[in-house]
Design a protein around this ligand. Structure first.
Ligand SMILES: [Zn+2]
Ligand SMILES: [Zn+2]
Ligand SMILES: [Zn+2]
Length: 412
């Protein structure tokens, strides 16, 4: 039932988690991996509510029981239900939808089947998003927590997206480990030979608060695994990962998913890296054509010195995958070198351009890295580029729903 295991080979299970739980309950089998134990095999837990009616003054709810198939749903009077949170959510969803449909919030004595069906879809979506949120948090290696929220439509988690914390290096590409580190007494206050950035005649990137003080376009060289300094060295910022709690939320103006911060972020603070698969630019060209046909692309050229490699965050990525574009962004891109000093393979880090308040959406402008003052191209523009001057012209690509989908390199 749970997939085959032959000599280390495995195949995907075609049934959903919930179908498998249902099968367990029906067959009276316990399975720790599915959370069905001997103890709770006969427990009744409300998974979500499917319908509502009022008979005389008594309210009833149609209950979907966790681990039981829909055919076992039962109508229960309100006083039988101890699930305050589920009840609250059900009424919140019901009222919001009543207002949307009929401009009133008081529930009728019976829900029309279409509305009841909507509430079931909403509950299933919440369940799927919760599971996705757990999955994302299980995979993150950074401090900042990730929450997921969709109060806008019925879209669930993206179908094919794998959360990663650092670059996934494609075939035939190697990241060389740095061979030397610094020997400073104090990397910020008493740097020897300019500390790690000094070794390549660059400036020290941070102040004592970890805020970047370089102009955009200047590279950041952080301390690395060979340095004598410790974890608390002021020159270790990007390598510590995302530290803010962030929320992936559904935008209400057709831009798909977006990201907002749940905490205040001070100006010039590191927010997140742009990670994905590193591929060659030829491979990016090939994929770009496919993504283009699909109407979405997440390609990001590493063109700090020369255009050899590209980051593709379409399938493997972190929370930056969901950050939208803006012409007036609050995030700025920097090229960062830590354990790999190959200038063709910088890490891409986003820093706050201003104070970003809790609740604000995070955005960046794909056009800003190379300067040149070009404004991004909107939807419908062709991917060609007549202006030969700047190297870094990125063309904004839009999906059918008019949500920003990523970037394509200018082909000039
Ligand atoms: Zn140092
Ligand atoms: Zn160092
Ligand atoms: Zn250091």
């Amino acid at each position: 039932v749970f997939g085959l295991l032959i000599l280390g080979c495995s195949v995907c299970c075609k049934s959903s988690w919930n179908q498998l739980q249902d099968l367990c309950r029906l067959a009276k089998l316990s399975c720790p991996a599915l959370g069905v134990s001997k103890k709770n095999l006969y427990d009744f837990e409300v998974e979500y509510l499917c319908d509502y009616k009022k008979i005389r003054e008594q309210e009833y709810y149609l209950v979907k029981w966790r681990g039981y198939p829909d055919s076992e749903n039962t109508w229960e009077p309100r006083q039988n239900l101890k699930c305050i949170r589920v009840l609250k959510q059900f009424h919140k969803d019901l009222e919001r939808e009543l207002v949307r449909r009929h401009r009133r919030s008081k529930p009728p004595r019976h829900l029309d089947p279409n509305l009841a069906n909507y509430l079931v879809q909403k509950a299933k979506q919440r369940r799927a998003l919760q599971r996705w949120e757990q999955e994302l948090n299980a995979k993150r290696s950074h401090l900042g927590r990730i929450t997921v929220e969709n109060e806008v439509d019925l879209d669930g988690p993206p179908r094919s997206f794998v959360y990663i914390n650092e670059y996934r290096v494609g075939e035939g590409i190697t990241l060389n480990q740095v061979a030397v580190g610094c020997e400073c007494q104090d990397c910020l206050l008493a740097p020897t030979g300019g500390c790690c950035p000094g070794a390549s005649l660059h400036k020290f990137a941070y102040n004592d608060q970890g805020q970047v003080r370089l102009k955009a376009g200047q590279p950041i060289y952080e301390c690395n695994s060979r340095c004598c300094c410790g974890y608390d060295c002021p020159n270790r910022v990007v390598q510590k990962g995302i530290r803010y709690d962030l929320c992936i939320f559904r935008t209400n103006d057709g831009r798909g998913w977006g990201v907002r911060t749940l905490e205040k972020i001070r100006k010039n603070s590191f927010v997140m890296e742009y990670v994905g698969e590193i591929i060659t630019s030829e491979e990016a060209e090939r994929r770009g054509q496919i993504y283009d046909r699909q109407g979405a692309t997440y390609l990001f050229d590493l063109d700090y010195v020369e255009d050899v490699y590209t980051v593709d965050a379409a399938y493997y990525g972190n929370i930056s995958h969901f950050v939208n574009h803006s012409c007036d962004p609050n995030l700025q891109v920097y090229n960062v070198f830590i354990d790999n000093l190959d200038e063709r393979l910088p890490r891409i880090a986003f820093f706050a351009t201003r104070t970003i308040w809790a609740g604000e959406e995070l955005t960046f402008d794909y056009n800003m890295q190379g300067g040149g003052g070009k404004s991004p191209r909107g939807r419908g523009s062709d991917m060609g580029c007549e202006d030969p001057t700047p190297r870094h012209i990125w063309v904004i690509e839009w999906t059918k729903e008019n949500s920003f989908a990523g970037v394509l390199r200018c082909s000039s």
